[in-house]
Design a protein around this ligand. Structure first.
Ligand SMILES: [Zn+2]
Length: 401
C-alpha cells in the first residue's frame, strides 16, 4: 500500500521534461511511483487533482520569516514560516538575512525546528540583522569572527551570508561591505554562498551604481546570488535602461540571478527592460514579510509567479524558477525540487485560473494578465497540509480589472 495517491493532475517538472496528466504515489514521505494510471485501491488516501497543476513543492529563496522580529525603522515584522511556506503552497523557504551573528540563535534553535516548512537561512553580515536600521552603518556593525562561528555551528540551516548594497554602508565601507560578507562565507569553510541585495532603496546613492560592476566582476563567484535582478533602483542591473555587461559576464561564471519581487524592488518597466535584453533571472522569490503579505504590492509567492506569466515568461520557466533552480542553488536538489521517484514528497497542487487579472508594482503602474495561480494543497514530506485563506479579503487570486 502507498500512503497517498494524487490522481489525474497535470504533472509539470521542467527539470525532467515532464508535462503530462499522470498519477503520482507517495510512500514513507517519498515519491514512490509516477505513472499514467495507478490503481486507487493501492493507496490509503487518494486526492483527485483533475484540472490542477501538480508541481514540485515551491521554493521561495528570499523570505523573511524570523517571526516576531521587527524591521527597525519600520512597522514591518518578519513573518511566520508556515504562513510563507506550506500554508501558501511553498514547501521550502530561505530566510534572507533577517538575523545576524548576535541574534540568530532564537531563530535557528526554536523557530526553524518548529516549522513544517523546510527552512534554511542566510546570516546577515550585520550583527543584528534587520533589527538594526540600517543593519550596517559602518565597520562596527560587522563581526566577521562571530559570523564565521555562527555559520560553522549550524551549517544545516545557515547556508550563506546576506548583504545589502544600501545606504549608508556602501558609502562608509564601499566594496569592503560585500567583501566582508564574502570573507565570512569563505572562511566558515561550510560551502556557504553570498546573497547580495542590489539597488540602494534607502538612499539612491550614486555610489551604488559605481560599485555594482565591481561587485559583479570582483567579489561574486559561482553559486553566489544577486537578488532584486528586475529592480529599478539605483545600483541594480540597469544603468540608463541598459543591462550591465558585468551581469552577463557574472552569469557566465555561475553567479545566480534572483528576482526577489518584494515591496520596492520590482517594476514592470524595469522588468521589461531587463528581459528585453535577453536576461531572464534564474530564480523567483517573494521577499515575504508580514506587511508585504497583506499590503502588497506582491502578496505571495504564487502571485509572484502569476506576475512573471503576465510579463511573458512561459509557464515552464516560471515553474523551474520556483522549484528545481532554487533547489540547485540551495544544494538540496537531490532531495527536493523535482517530481521524481526517490525524492522527498514535497509537492504543490495549484489551480491556474483564467480571468482578467490586474497586477500592481510599487511605482503605481499596473499590468494585466489572463492567468493566475492559486495554491490548492501542499504536500510536505508526504504530509498533506491545507493552504490558508490567502492574503486578500477574497482569498488568493489577484484583483480583477
Ligand atoms: Zn529581503
Amino acid at each position: 500500500m502507498t500512503d497517498l495517491l494524487i490522481k489525474n493532475g497535470r504533472l509539470i517538472d521542467p527539470s525532467v521534461n515532464l508535462d503530462a496528466v499522470m498519477d503520482i504515489a507517495i510512500t514513507d514521505g517519498e515519491i514512490s511511483a509516477i505513472a499514467k494510471s495507478i490503481d486507487p485501491k493501492t493507496a490509503t488516501r487518494v486526492i483527485d487533482a483533475t484540472g490542477l497543476l501538480v508541481t514540485p513543492g515551491l521554493i521561495d529563496i528570499h523570505t523573511h520569516v524570523a517571526a516576531g522580529l521587527r524591521k527597525a525603522g519600520t512597522e514591518d515584522m518578519m513573518g511566520d514560516v508556515d504562513t510563507a511556506g506550506v500554508h501558501s503552497g511553498v514547501t521550502t523557504v530561505l530566510d534572507a538575512g533577517s538575523t545576524g551573528a548576535y541574534n540568530v540563535g532564537g531563530f535557528v534553535n526554536f523557530i526553524v525546528p518548529s516549522a513544517i516548512t523546510r527552512t534554511l537561512a542566510l546570516l546577515n553580515v550585520g550583527t543584528l540583522g534587520v533589527t538594526r536600521a540600517p543593519e550596517v552603518r559602518d565597520a562596527a556593525d560587522i563581526d566577521i569572527d562571530a559570523g564565521i562561528a555562527a555559520l560553522a555551528a549550524r551549517p544545516d540551516v545557515l547556508v550563506g551570508v546576506k548583504v545589502r548594497m544600501v545606504t549608508p554602508g556602501i558609502r562608509t565601507l564601499g566594496i569592503e561591505l560585500p567583501k566582508a560578507a564574502k570573507k565570512m562565507a569563505e572562511d566558515a569553510e561550510t560551502g556557504a554562498f553570498v546573497m547580495v541585495h542590489i539597488g540602494d532603496i534607502l538612499g539612491q546613492d550614486p555610489i551604488a551604481a559605481e560599485l555594482a560592476p565591481q561587485l559583479l566582476s570582483d567579489v561574486l563567484t559561482e553559486g553566489d546570488v544577486v537578488t532584486h535582478s528586475l529592480s529599478f533602483q539605483v545600483g541594480a542591473l540597469l544603468k540608463g535602461g541598459k543591462l550591465l555587461a558585468e551581469a552577463k559576464a557574472a552569469r557566465e561564471r555561475g553567479v545566480v540571478f534572483d528576482v526577489g519581487v518584494g515591496k520596492a524592488n520590482f517594476s514592470f518597466e524595469s522588468a521589461k527592460q531587463v528581459l528585453d535584453q535577453g536576461f531572464v533571472p534564474d530564480t523567483l522569490s517573494s521577499d515575504f514579510t508580514e506587511m508585504s503579505r497583506f499590503a502588497g504590492p506582491t502578496h505571495s509567492m504564487v502571485e509572484c509567479m502569476s506576475k512573471m506569466l503576465s510579463i511573458g515568461l512561459p509557464l515552464g520557466d516560471v515553474i523551474a524558477m520556483s522549484t528545481s533552480r532554487p533547489a540547485q542553488v540551495l544544494g538540496i536538489d537531490e532531495e527536493t525540487g523535482s517530481l521524481a521517484v526517490g525524492y522527498d514528497a514535497d509537492i504543490t497542487l495549484l489551480e491556474l485560473a483564467n480571468g482578467d487579472f490586474l497586477f500592481r508594482d510599487v511605482t503605481g503602474a499596473t499590468h494585466k494578465g489572463k492567468q493566475a495561480f492559486r495554491p490548492v494543497s501542499t504536500v510536505r514530506a508526504g504530509e498533506v497540509i491545507p493552504v490558508d485563506y490567502g492574503p486578500r479579503p477574497w482569498g488568493w487570486l489577484p484583483e480583477q480589472g
